[in-house]
Design a protein around this ligand. Structure first.
Ligand code: AGP
Length: 610
C-alpha cells in the first residue's frame, strides 16, 4: 500500500515528511515524493523513482524551507514506477497524494481533458489534482473544492491536498484506505499509519469512511463529505514505533492474515458491474479473445502460488469447461513440454520475480503460447514478460509465509474463471451469482478471523506433535497442500498435504495416535468419500482435526478430536475460508515454538535463484 504523510507547523516540512516516509518504508514502495508550500504562494514538488535515499538526495539540493506539505511513498497499482508517476501529482496550483484506487478515473480523466487539462502521468491520482483545480478555477475555496471533487470519484482513497493559494491548511480525506491525524502543540500531522507520526505525538484522531479533515496550526476540523461538522475525540496511542508498524500485531504474518478481507475487497473492487453482475474484463486485465480462443489453460507457479494454480485448474474446468492443468514451474521449464499457440499459460506469482516461474514463462513463450500472469507487484519481471496481467491488490506482503496474497490470488482466479464462463457463454454457469457470493466473502472471512483465540487454543493442544497430515478432495486438495506448507515453513514441523483419495495408496501406514490429521470436509459432492477417509483414520487411532461448513457434519462430530466450522459459501469459494483456520493454527504453533515467524530459517520471500 502507498504511504502518506502531511505536516503543518513551525518546523521545516520536508524534514518531517521525509522522516515520516522512512517510518512507512515497511509498507513497500517503488517511488516517493513531497510537495511543500513555500514563501509567496510557491508550491514545490520533488519526487523520485526508487528508494527514499534518491528523494533525500534531491531534497538536500532543493532548499525547501516551507512549513506546510505532504509526502508519499508509492506502491504502484496504475502506471509503472517512474518519476512521472510518483506522487505528489500537481497542477502547479494543487498537489495531491493518494493511497487507494479510483475506479472511475478513466471517465473523469476524459472529462478533465475535454475541459483543457493536460496530464503528465498514467496514474488515477492525477485526475484528483485536476478536479480540485477546476473547482478552484470556478471560484471555490480549497475545502469546498476538495468536497466537490470527491463527490465525483468512486473507489478507495486516503488523500492529502495542499494548494498554493491556501498556505494555512492541509485538506485530507478517507474512504476505505487508512488515514490517521496526529495532534501536536502548534503543529498537526496526517499519515497512512501511526508509525510515521508517533515520534511527535501520541494523540491521534482516526477518520471514519467518507470523512474529511482540515489541518491548521491551531488544530484539526473534521467533516463529512457533505460538509457537516463531526466531533471526534483523540485517542492516546501506547505503542512503540516497532509495535505500530505491525499495527499492534506481534508479527507481520499475523497482521497480514487479518488483512485478508481487505486484500480481497481491493482485488475484486471495480472488476464487476454491481448492477448486472457482469465481470469487467478490461478492469480485471484479461483479453476476451484470449479467453474465448484458448483450447486449454496451463497454470504455472511455485510454492503457495502453485497451490493457487491448482485451485485455478479446478476453477477453469468447472466454470470455463476447457482442459486446464497446474504445473510446477520448475518441472515445466525443464521437461520440454508439448505446448503451443492454442494453450493459454497463466503464470501466478506474488512477487512477480520467482526465477523458476519466469523461466517457465519463457519456455512457454518460445513454444508460441500466449501468457497471462497473476501478480501482486506491478511491473515486476513476470508481468513484463506476459501479454496480459491480472494484478492482485493485496498490498506488500512482508511475512515470508504467504497468506493475504494467496487468498487474493484465489479471488483473482475465481474472477478469471467467471470471466471465461461469461466470455464463452458457458451454459449452467450463473456469473451474477458467482459475483454476488464473492462480494459477501470478506464479511464471512472476518467472522472466522474473530475466532482466532479458538484456533490458538487448538494450536497449543497440538504444538508438541512432530508430524501432521492434511487431507482434502477436489477444491480442498490445494487447501490441504497449503495448510501443510504453512505449518512446515514457519514451525519447522513435518507436515504433508495429500489428496484424501490417496490415503489407501500409502499414507494410511503413517496413522497412529501421535499423528494429527487435518481433514478438510466442507459440504460438497465428495462428503461421503471424505467421511470414509476420516473413519479410516479414526479406526487406526489417528487424531482427527475436522474442518467443515457451519451446520454440516454433525454426524461425524462425536468421533472427531477437533471440529472446526466455517460459514457456508459458494462451493468455489470454500477454499478462501477454510485456509484461514489453517493459517492461524500454523501461526500460533510457530509462535508458541518461538520460531522466527516472519523470517523462517533458510527461506527468502522471493526465490530469484535456481
Ligand atoms: C509461501 O508461503 C512461500 N513464501 C513460497 O512458497 C512462495 O509462495 C513461492 O516462493 C512463490 O513465490 P511467488 O508467489 O512470489 O512466485
Amino acid at each position: 500500500m502507498c504511504g502518506i504523510v502531511g505536516y503543518i507547523g513551525p518546523r521545516r516540512a520536508d524534514r518531517i515528511l521525509l522522516a515520516g516516509l522512512k517510518r512507512l518504508e515497511y509498507r513497500g514502495y517503488d517511488s516517493a515524493g513531497v510537495a511543500v508550500l513555500g514563501e509567496g504562494d510557491r508550491l514545490d514538488v520533488v519526487r523520485r523513482k526508487g528508494k527514499l535515499s534518491a528523494l533525500e538526495d534531491s531534497l538536500s539540493d532543493a532548499g525547501l524551507t516551507g512549513r506546510v506539505g505532504v509526502g508519499h511513498t508509492r506502491w504502484a497499482t496504475h502506471g509503472r514506477p517512474s518519476d512521472e508517476n510518483a506522487h505528489p501529482h500537481s497542477t502547479g496550483r494543487v498537489a495531491v497524494v493518494h493511497n487507494g484506487i479510483l475506479e472511475n478515473y478513466r471517465e473523469l480523466k476524459a472529462r478533465c481533458q475535454e475541459r483543457g487539462c493536460t496530464f503528465s502521468s498514467e496514474t488515477d491520482t492525477e485526475v484528483l489534482a485536476h478536479l480540485i483545480d477546476l473547482e478552484l478555477q470556478g471560484g471555490k475555496e480549497l475545502v469546498p473544492a476538495v468536497l466537490a471533487a470527491l463527490a465525483e470519484v468512486q473507489g478507495s482513497y486516503a488523500i492529502g491536498v495542499v494548494s498554493a493559494g491556501t498556505p494555512d491548511r492541509i485538506v485530507v480525506a478517507k474512504n476505505a484506505s487508512p488515514l490517521v491525524l496526529g495532534l501536536g502543540q502548534g503543529e498537526n500531522f496526517a499519515a497512512s499509519d501511526i508509525p510515521a507520526i508517533l515520534p511527535y505525538t501520541k494523540q491521534m484522531v482516526f477518520l471514519d469512511e467518507g470523512e474529511v479533515g482540515v489541518l491548521t496550526t491551531d488544530g484539526v476540523e473534521i467533516m463529512t463529505l457533505a460538509g457537516e461538522k463531526v466531533e471526534r475525540s483523540p485517542k492516546t496511542i501506547q505503542w512503540s514505533v516497532v509495535q505500530a508498524e505491525k499495527a499492534g500485531y506481534k508479527h507481520f504474518m499475523l497482521k497480514e492474515i487479518f488483512e485478508q478481507p481487505r486484500a480481497i475487497e481491493d482485488t475484486i473492487r471495480g472488476r464487476y458491474d454491481s448492477g448486472t453482475g457482469e465481470i469487467l474484463c478490461d478492469a480485471l486485465g484479461v483479453d476476451e479473445a484470449a479467453l474465448r480462443e484458448a483450447r486449454s489453460v496451463i497454470l504455472l507457479a511455485c510454492g503457495t502460488s502453485y497451490h493457487a494454480a491448482l485451485y485455478g485448474q479446478y476453477m477453469i474446468e468447472r466454470l470455463v469447461k476447457i482442459p486446464a492443468r497446474a504445473e510446477l514451474a520448475s518441472e515445466f521449464r525443464n521437461r520440454k513440454p508439448v505446448v503451443g499457440p492454442d494453450d493459454l499459460v497463466v503464470a501466478i506469482s506474488q512477487s512477480g520475480e520467482t526465477l523458476d516461474t519466469l523461466e517457465a514463462v519463457k519456455v512457454a513463450r518460445a513454444a508460441g503460447c500466449r501468457i497471462l500472469s497473476v501478480a501482486n507487484v506491478l511491473d515486476s519481471a513476470i508481468p513484463r514478460a506476459s501479454d496480459w496481467v491480472v494484478y492482485t491488490h493485496a498490498g506488500p506482503e512482508i511475512g515470508v509465509a504467504s497468506t493475504k496474497c494467496y487468498t487474493a490470488q484465489l479471488a483473482a482466479l475465481y474472477l478469471l474463471g467467471a470471466a471465461g464462463a461469461q466470455v464463452r457463454g458457458v451454459t449452467g454457469v450463473d456469473v451474477g451469482a458467482l459475483v454476488r457470493e464473492i462480494v459477501l466473502l470478506p464479511g464471512k472471512m472476518k467472522s472466522v478471523l474473530k475466532r482466532s483465540a479458538e484456533f490458538q487454543d487448538l494450536a497449543h493442544r497440538y504444538a508438541h506433535h512432530r508430524d501432521f497430515l492434511y487431507l482434502g478432495r477436489g477444491l480442498s486438495f490445494p487447501t490441504a497442500l497449503e495448510g501443510a506448507l504453512k505449518l512446515k515453513e514457519i514451525s519447522y514441523i513435518h507436515a504433508e498435504g495429500y489428496a484424501a483419495g490417496e490415503m489407501k495408496h500409502g499414507p494410511i501406514a503413517l496413522i497412529d495416535r501421535d499423528m494429527p490429521v487435518v481433514v478438510l470436509m466442507p459440504e460438497d459432492e465428495q462428503w461421503d468419500k471424505i467421511k470414509g477417509n476420516l473413519e479410516e483414520v479414526k479406526a487406526r487411532e489417528g487424531l482427527v482435526i475436522a474442518l467443515t461448513s457451519e451446520g454440516w457434519g454433525e454426524d461425524v462430530r462425536p468421533i472427531c478430536d477437533e471440529f472446526i466450522t466455517v460459514p457456508a459459501t459458494h462451493p468455489e469459494l470454500v477454499p478462501l475460508l477454510t485456509v484461514v483456520p489453517l493459517q492461524l493454527i500454523a501461526y500460533h504453533i510457530a509462535d508458541l515454538k518461538g520460531t522466527d515467524v516472519d523470517q523462517p530459517r533458510n527461506l527468502a520471500k522471493t526465490v530469484t535463484v535456481e
